[in-house]
Design a protein around this ligand. Structure first.
Ligand code: OMP
Length: 302
């Protein structure tokens, strides 16, 4: 069985790109040609068209993206037909040679977490994902089943540490007292992630357990890179949320490894931007992913 940390390292090296394309298919933003003739009140028809669009997005970016991150929310809102579409998208990406990191932000008491882990993690699981985003703020006992599930199934997890949203400081930046006096909540979480990452590391030096740190907090990102030397970092918040290549540069190690940078709207809806308006929609998507890879390559060390 492949080791997730090594598999991701190999993919990033092969594609020469740290781009993670986020698949967040908001119906109203899909190209006119995809929406034409589809009754927006018919969830089943919308789900089918959405799947078709996502497959084309994957084909457009497959050569330049080691991993895609489908956002479960936009499939769930289409009901059961949306879940079938999500399954189709996962299979399509896998066939195209792109790793699938499902953004489900799962987290629950230990016994339920085990159910989520077995449902999503690994190519042999019901959903067949290579990795899953996990919300750890229920406590360390709720993270363990995901860690064990990842190792058992040759998959990975990305644990929320410092999220990109404006309100992430409400809890995550709080300073602890007692045994961990002076540490912030997100630093304590980072230490937990690092311990799991070190315990699960493969030959690349990176573990099956990674962290999520927003591009919108570049100083914290730089500090967290040092604090979690064995953890892959998924960096969302690039593009639409304001994060730049310079902001994410310190999320990489000194050899330019160890991080993937997600952009969803900025890539999959690139045809809406002035810069790419002259291109057909698939070419706009492909070009924006390619440009992002280039920007990251220029800004990263190594
Ligand atoms: O786990 C995530 O991917 C995530 C964590 C975080 O801190 N911030 C964040 O934006 N995300 C997700 O990353 C994607 C960002 O989308 P864009 O802002 O369109 O690039 C969305 O699917 C978010 O749910």
């Amino acid at each position: 069985m492949e080791h997730f940390g090594d598999l991701l390292a190999g993919q990033v090296q092969q594609k020469k790109s740290a781009v993670c394309v986020g698949i967040d298919p908001r119906w109203k933003s899909l190209p006119e040609s995809i929406r034409a003739g589809v009754d927006s009140g018919d969830r089943s028809a919308v789900a089918k068209a959405t799947e078709c669009y996502c497959r084309e997005v994957i084909d457009a970016v497959a050569s330049v993206t080691p991993v895609v991150k489908p956002q479960a929310a936009f499939f769930e809102l289409l009901g059961p037909a949306g879940m079938l579409a999500l399954a189709g998208v996962i299979k399509h990406a896998t066939k195209a040679g792109v790793l699938v990191l499902l953004d489900g932000k799962r987290g629950d008491i230990g016994s339920t977490a085990e159910g989520y882990a077995d449902a999503y993690l690994g190519r042999e699981s019901a959903w067949g994902c290579d990795a899953l985003t996990v919300n750890p703020y229920l406590g360390d006992d709720t993270l363990e089943p995901f860690v064990h599930g990842a190792v058992r199934h040759g998959a990975g997890i990305f644990v929320l540490v410092k999220t990109s949203n404006p309100g992430s400081g409400f809890l995550q930046d709080q300073v602890l007292s007692g045994e961990n006096q002076g540490q912030t909540v997100f630093e304590r979480m980072a230490d937990l992630v690092q311990s799991h990452a070190a315990a699960t590391q493969g030959t690349s030096g990176y573990g099956a357990v990674g962290a999520v740190v927003g591009a919108t907090y570049p100083q914290q990102l730089a500090a967290l890179r040092q604090r979690m030397p064995n953890a892959w970092i998924l960096i969302p918040g690039f593009g639409a949320q304001g994060g730049t290549a310079a902001d994410v540069a310190h999320g990489f190690d000194s050899q330019g490894r160890g991080a993937i940078v997600n952009s969803s709207r900025g890539v999959i809806f690139a045809y809406q931007s002035e810069q790419y308006k002259h291109l057909d929609w698939q070419s706009a998507v492909a070009k924006s992913a390619h440009d992002m890879a280039q920007q990251l390559g220029e800004a990263t060390p190594g």
